[in-house]
Design a protein. Sequence first.
Length: 497
Amino acid sequence: MTTQTTTHTHEPKDTADTDVLIVGAGPTGLALAVDLARRGVRALVVERAGELFPGSRGKGIQPRTMEVFDDLGVLAAIRAGGGLYPVGMIWQDGTRQGEHRMFDETEATEAEPYAGVPWMVPQWRTQEILFARLEELGGSVVFDRELTGLSQDADGVTAAFASGAPVRARYAVAADGGRSVVRRSLGIGMTGETVDPGPALVADLRISGLDRDNWHVFPPADGEGFLAICPLPHTEDFQLAGGFEDPAAEPDLSLDGIRKLVATRTHLAADDVTEVRWASDFRPRAAMADRFRQGRVFLAGDAAHVHSPAGGQGLNTSVQDAYNLGWKLAAVLRGAAPESLLDSYEEERLPIAAHMLGLSTRVHRGEVRRGTATQQLGLGYRDSSLARETREGLPEDALHAGDRAPDGTRGGVRLFDAFRGPHWTLLAVGTDTELPELAARTVRIPAYEAYGTGVFLVRPDGYVGWAGGTTEGLAEYAAGVGVGAGAVGQAVSGAVG
């Protein structure tokens, strides 16, 4: 068994002067800090709590997020720290009624190597893994640092704290959760709806009398809400999730309160619950900030959008906010791209967040199953100003600019290996056309059905930015997004067919 630990890092000496201030050390803030650190950007992460979040809450890692973690260098640790979701087991009156498949299973393919059901990792472990990676890259987190105010001018942002000196940064990112102090200080509204009128409870606990091979589901009975108890991989813990039908209910988070809940809704005795390690209550809701940027301050993760946990989309959408923003901030900060590149963050992420909020809500209400849409592999940015498709007459199901760049191995080159890192990738597929010299890794492979043939400029976050049958217009596009003439790394070539 792996035990949960939290490392405290002393405040750096230069916190009054940093490129990016990240408020909040949850998955969003840590993922962004990792991405910036590997790009050589000075970023300071501040967290109001004295330690990393201790609960399992966001435990489902979707296939697209597994690809992000592959690129960030933490996939091996995520795999080692988690496991497959167990099959659900329906109980009634102490008797097993049959299995329940919560997810529509899909097979992994060469183009989508992590497709399938989500990978289960307790949120506290995901955060520890990202935190360790951040430290490995020379970054840090300042704990016990509560933000009290934020102001900005044409040159930067100034943050004030309950203790310690103010921090001056060129940009700031709110990754401080659904009750974001940063969002409120900016006066940005949040519009949403209650997904379920009754409150819900989630807790990490130790319990006897249940096997660890199943996700144990106890359907509602006699006016009570549902209860589900799921084993958490590589721990002795279970995650309990329970709903309450009475909108006026106030869940009791104490050991005695949770023992009573378990004894009332299951065949287990109160004393079978031996320990409660973490507990929280909430009201399932779906809400989104009216905008994701104000001046030099950006909203990401729960500060920008709050999901029902039923769809397993909140943490994943949040990590991908960070993944979208990191390379853009770095390009602007090093002077490689115009400041207007940052406008594409809200342009791209706000519609995605709105779409995923709708999906999460429909899953919560039982209107759709957890299928391929929840894996987030089909999301993309075809309508973005950064997507430049120069070919005509493409079928709808063909790879377009703005789409996720598929994996695959051709000519001895695995594409995800070539993409991994903070660089752009200039990919020639099935063509020996001469390529311009760009600040990108150059890769040539034979024709591949996932791409067809042509030239593709793949963004650092794994989406096709530019696509064409020739290279006409490519150099101009590249210069506008910070990948103009130059060389990054070495060319990677397979046999061109």
